[in-house]
Structure formats: C-alpha cells, structure tokens
Design a protein around this ligand. Structure first.
Ligand code: AMP
Length: 429
C-alpha cells in the first residue's frame, strides 16, 4: 500500500514525497480512509506509530475541500488538544509539513510563555489550532478564542491528559464545541476512565488499534553508548572516523551545546555547523542548505531548530544528549530512515541521562542495543570539559586511539573495582 492508493489530493501527495514518505504506517492505512469518510475515530496508538500524520493528513484534505476556505473565511475549524508543549509543537510541525502546499494556517498555543503572539495569530485568522488545555481555557475565558466553527476535534494522548490532571479542563473545552463535528480520539492505553471519556466525545466511532511493534521507529537501527559527559566529544570524533557516515544530524539539548559541538568538530577538520533558535533565519537556511548539498558533514541542532528538517538520504542521527522528553527522541530519530532507507540512530547516555533512556525505552516499547566495545565506557567520572576535540584526553593520546585495535579495550582506562568491560552488544536496562 502506498500513499497514492489512499485517494489523497495532489498537494498532500507532493508534501509527503518531499518528506520522503512513500508507505503509510499501519495506523495511517487504517485511519486515513475512516477520517476521509467523515466518521469519528477511536485510535489506540502511541507516539512513534505515525499517528499524527494519521489524523493530520485527512483533516488537511477535508479542510481544503471545505467551501468555507474558498469563501475566504478564516475561522478556527479544527482543534487539536494535546497534553504537552512538546507534543503540541511536534503536531504543529506535522501540519506545517503535510499542509505546506495548501493555503491552510495553523498555530500552536501553550502555557508558560507570553500569550501575545498567540492572540495576534488568533486575531489574524487560523484554520487549525493546536493547544494544550490550560492555555486554551485561559484564552477562552478571556474571550480571545472562538470555537463556534469547529468541524474537527482531535483529543491526542488522552490517557496522558488524564494522568496529568487535565480532565476537567478538557471537559470544559469540549462543552464549548459545536455538537455537530467530527471527533478523533487517541490514547496509548484504554483503561475504563478513558473508555468513558471517549464515549462522551465520540459518536459511533470506528476503532483502530496498532501495537508498538508496528511503529515507524522499528525500521531504524538504534544503539546506545554509555559514556561520561566529558567524553562525549571524543566518542563523537571516534564515531565520525567511519567514512561511511556521509552526513550526520547531531542533537544537543541546548543552543550553547550545539555551538560548542559544531565549533569543536570544525576545529579538527570535520565540517560542521550549528542550527538553533539564536541564529537568524538566513543563517539557519544556509546551514541547512550546506548540509543538504553535503558541503558540511555534520549539522548540530536543538529540537526546536530541527523542526521541518527533511533531508533525503540522511543515514545517521546522533543524540549527543538525550532529550528529557521521550517523544522528542522519536521525532529526532524519525529524521532518518525515510522513504524506506535504512537509518541508524546513535544515542550517547551519561550517568545523569539514564532516567531519560528509561523513559524512551518505555515509550518505544523496546530496549535499545548497547554498544560496549568503544574507547570511552561510562566510568561515572567527570572529565574536564576544557578538553579539545581529538586532542589529549585524560587517559592518553587519542590520535593513536588504541594500540590494541579500534574496538579493543583501552588499557589506559582505570578499571573500576569489580567491573568488567564487556565487548558484545547487550540490552540497555
Ligand atoms: P508520530 O507517531 O506521529 O509521533 O510519528 C513518529 C515519527 O514517524 C515522526 O518522526 C514522523 O515524522 C515519522 N513518520 C510518520 N509517518 C511516516 C511514514 N509514513 N513513513 C515514515 N516516517 C513516518
């Protein structure tokens, strides 16, 4: 089954093509025809299954075919409620991508930031509103949002909404929606309270269920290296010695971190650039173009700056730092493995990041293979951060790497009492 078989309009097919997506995921195969048929939908699926596109694509199509659009009216016709700011941003990103060849406008609103730009966007006119419940309710109470024209309502990650205590806010918002609408409800789990909530929202829904085994992340080969924070740079240099890595997208958590990594790599002759929110739009575009045209080998990005990065044939994503929000990991690694290409996602995990790794593995429903035969195994020590790339490290000269071969244990490492360095893949716990 291909996207072409799903009766999608040309602007969407074109956008999917430039995203590098050819084959719909199981939830997309099942959900898209149901939504296009204007039925309510109950989707049991989690992040990583492609569920965002499963609702975004048919909604974009139906909104484009709606006569209100041609009448030039800009009323919010689609509302998506999601529990966290990160998810909201990612959903906005998906609507940007799949709707890029349509005139539709979307806006993401969430709390914790000034409401000014959100209010301005609402005044200007929108088709799709993606919101976290608290801020939306706040703006509704200030009479700054009009939900009278909603035709499509999506409740995303319903079980997390409940866990996070948003159920009352959600119910208050739903009470203000027109009763005649198409509703889609997504949840990773279906305990009784979620079934009750779905019954109160949906009418005669079609149910679609996918297991984590059918997630998009399944096609990406994922590994993790346990490494001390201060040795991550050295490990990165080591990994990049592999010339089969033509290009790598490296993720850091902070803008400062992105700059440092890019500068460090450039200093030792690995062409790299950073892309983050402090850079001008022009600088970001030029960094992206250089990466796409293979003038730079490494692009170092923060999560938000990586929005909308779609690069064909990107084989490697390296998580220099693990994200503290597990969904971001899925989106980061989703930048590779597109259009059926095989992708490799490498994660560096230091002692402090172990809880993040645990969350990620829980979310993707599988354990990530650990690479143990590397020169910088986690010793739980802190290496001076002033070490420059590829130069002297605390345990000897990296230029000779390891006299015993590239993947043999470095004798210069102090052995922890009772700890044995193993050299086979094992599973992270
Ligand atoms: P989601 O489950 O919506 O959070 O999506 C998880 C990841 O899969 C995202 O990075 C998407 O960009 C990616 N993705 C969604 N649909 C497809 C597809 N049909 N082919 C390849 N990747 C996809």
């Amino acid at each position: 089954m291909l996207f072409e078989n799903l009766q999608l309009i040309e602007p969407i097919l074109k956008a999917l093509k430039s995203e590098g997506y050819t084959t719909p995921t199981p939830i997309q195969q099942q959900a898209i025809p149901i939504v296009l048929d204007k039925k309510d939908l109950l989707g049991v699926a989690q992040t990583g299954t492609g569920k965002t596109a499963a609702f975004a694509i048919p909604i974009i199509q139906l909104l484009c075919q709606d006569k209100h659009l041609s009448a030039g009216k800009r009323e919010v016709r689609c509302l998506i409620l999601t529990p966290t700011r990160e998810l909201a941003i990612q959903i906005g990103e998906s609507f940007d991508s799949y709707g890029r060849n349509t005139p539709l406008r979307n806006k993401v609103i969430f709390g914790g930031v000034n409401q000014h730009s959100q209010v301005e966007a609402l005044k200007f006119g929108l088709d799709i509103l993606i919101a976290t419940p608290g801020r939306l309710l706040d703006l509704m109470n200030q009479k700054l949002v009009n939900l009278n024209h909603i035709q499509f309502f999506v409740l995303d990650e319903a079980d997390r909404m409940l866990d996070m205590g948003f159920v009352h806010d959600v119910k208050k918002i739903i009470a203000k929606l027109p009763t005649k609408r198409q509703s889609l409800f997504f949840s990773a789990t279906m305990p009784n309270d979620i079934i009750e909530l779905s019954n109160s929202i949906l009418s005669n829904p079609k149910k679609v269920e996918v297991t984590p085994a059918s997630t998009t992340v399944e096609i990406i080969n994922q590994v993790v290296y346990f490494v001390d924070k201060g040795n991550k740079k050295n490990l990165l240099v080591d990994i990049l010695k592999d010339t089969s890595i033509e290009r790598a997208l490296v993720f850091t958590r902070t803008k400062h971190g992105a700059n440092k990594v890019a500068e460090g790599l450039s200093k030792i002759g690995i062409r790299s650039e950073a892309i983050h929110g402090n850079k001008s739009q022009n600088a970001r575009q030029s960094a992206l173009n250089n990466f796409k045209s293979k003038q730079t080998r490494v692009l170092v990005a923060t999560d938000i700056a990586a929005r909308g990065i779609d690069i064909d044939e990107l084989t490697h994503v390296i998580n220099f730092e693990l994200p503290n929000v597990a969904e971001s990991y899925v989106h980061r690694i989703g930048r590779t493995g597109r259009a059926g290409a095989s992708g490799i996602a490498i994660a560096f995990c230091d002692a402090e990041e172990k809880p993040f790794l645990k969350d990620i593995q829980k979310l993707i429903g599988k354990q990530i293979d650990v690479v143990e035969n590397h020169d910088y195994p986690l010793m739980n020590h802190q290496v001076e951060d002033t070490i420059s790339f590829g130069r002297q490290r605390n345990f000897g000269n990296k230029s000779s790497f390891n006299k015993n071969g590239p993947h043999a244990p470095s004798r210069e490492f102090p052995k922890r009492a009772g700890s044995q360095i193993k050299f086979q893949h094992r599973t992270a716990r």
